[in-house]
Design a binder for this molecule. Structure first.
Ligand code: DGY
Length: 419
């Protein structure tokens, strides 16, 4: 264990570009939103000042409207595509024009509980909390303008679960870009572990669509050809909003915006059953344009446990399903249920195991008082590191490491569990 801890710390240090941590060198050479939030948690276990710095740099990319982008292009790099020119980034700190699962406030709540240096904590919270409030208001205001309680997502990259089969049908309705481009991810990673060209063609169409609409929220909400209720984002946002409210209360922060966030929490709780399928006993993602549930079982739905959005009956159903899900593949929890015909154990979000998702599912199971199952997921995750090292994700059948190596969030989750 001591050797694993040392190695995980070394990975964060090696991936540190002076205040922010790249997920891995080469494949992802910038600061990613949810990667950074989770990585800060890892830093917190052994270097508090550095942990807060990670958050400071992530928040430095916040847009005037409150959005925290999915990627901040702090320094140029020619190892990644699409870069700031394709995104049409016009700000001083260049960025993408979508966000990512907002796990940041949940990471911060844990950091608040863990940190020893209370002066540093106080200084940082004073600076960060107003920005976090703006970020959460942005999600509810811009991504749920009709006040339904269920925010929409505009891009598979925003879900963080890029080529999940949950998005197949919604993405198929998006036109393909007509220009030629050179992917760079395939210079680093075998194509059998990455999304296909038909998906990239549509990812890029959407990037251009945002640019052509001058990033105007109203126009994009009205006309975007891809709009989904992403159960992963909805769950993570819900949990993070509650965590943000709790951190604000702990420092007696007064702000009218907190009442708005309280109302949004209640609204989501009353709306979530629209995504529950009684027949399948499962929460699904939904295509907002066709109004159809995306009926593929993916691990994002288990994040309703992390968010504590499931009622007792639903939680029992999800716990039972998780138990059979765990036994259906050698390593758990596969990102797509192994019984699905769309399951591919090595292809990015179509089957592999991701440790940061396991971490959230394990916390959720603990919250619903299923400590044994939670422990099983943690042990299955640590077994993957033992077997293969700190990879981006893992083949759910063989445990082989996939994607980028020496990966920051995998190291951070290990530090969280082992320290
Ligand atoms: C990529 O480029 O693969 C990333 O997932 C985008 O965020």
């Amino acid at each position: 264990v001591a050797a694993h801890i040392e190695q995980a710390k070394l990975i964060l240090k090696k991936n540190d570009l002076g205040g922010y941590t790249v997920p891995t060198h080469g494949l992802y050479p910038f600061q990613w939103n949810w990667d950074s939030a989770i990585t800060a948690l890892g830093w917190m276990m052994f270097d508090e000042a550095r942990a807060w710095k990670e958050i400071e740099l992530l928040l430095s990319g916040q847009w005037d409207n409150g959005m925290i982008p999915h990627v901040l292009f702090h320094k140029d790099s020619d190892t990644y595509f699409p870069g700031p020119d394709v995104w049409g980034s016009h700000l001083k700190l260049k960025s993408t024009s979508i966000s990512q699962p907002p796990v940041l406030a949940s990471a911060i709540k844990i950091m608040v509980e863990q940190c020893q240096d209370k002066d540093l904590l106080k200084q940082n919270l004073a600076q960060f909390l107003p920005k976090l409030i703006e970020y959460h208001l942005w999600w509810y205001r811009e991504r749920d303008p009709e006040n339904t309680g269920l925010v929409v997502s505009y891009h598979p990259w925003e879900s963080g679960m890029d080529n999940s089969p949950a998005w197949d049908d919604a993405l198929a309705a998006v036109p393909a870009v007509t220009w030629e481009y050179q992917r760079r991810d395939l210079n680093h990673i075998d194509s059998s572990q990455r999304p296909k060209k038909k998906e990239y063609d549509r990812y890029l169409y959407l990037v251009e669509f945002f640019k052509n609409n001058q990033f105007d929220s109203e126009k994009i909400y009205a006309n975007c050809p891809y709009k989904v209720n992403d159960i992963g984002i909805i769950s993570i946002l819900h949990k993070a909003t509650k965590d943000l409210l709790s951190v604000c209360a702990s420092v007696n922060l007064q702000d009218d915006a907190l009442d708005i966030l309280e109302q949004k929490v209640k609204l989501t709780e009353s709306a979530i059953n629209q995504l529950w399928c009684e027949n399948d006993q499962f929460f699904y993602n939904r295509d907002v344009i066709t109004k159809q549930l995306c009926r593929v079982k993916t691990n994002g739905s288990l994040l309703t446990l992390f968010a504590e959005l499931a009622d007792q009956k639903q939680a029992i159903a999800l716990k039972d399903l998780s138990t059979s899900w765990l036994s259906a593949s050698a390593y758990a929890v596969s990102s797509t249920h192994p019984d699905s015909e769309l399951y591919e154990p090595q292809r990015y979000w179509r089957g592999p195991v991701w440790l940061h998702i396991n971490w959230m599912i394990a916390l959720g199971l603990e919250a619903y008082n299923y400590p044994q199952l939670s422990e099983k997921i943690k042990n299955s995750s640590l077994a993957l590191i033992n077997k293969s090292g700190y990879f981006e994700y893992f083949n759910a059948d063989t445990g082989e490491g996939c994607g980028g190596g020496d990966f920051s969030w995998t190291a951070a989750i290990a530090l969280y569990w082992l320290l």
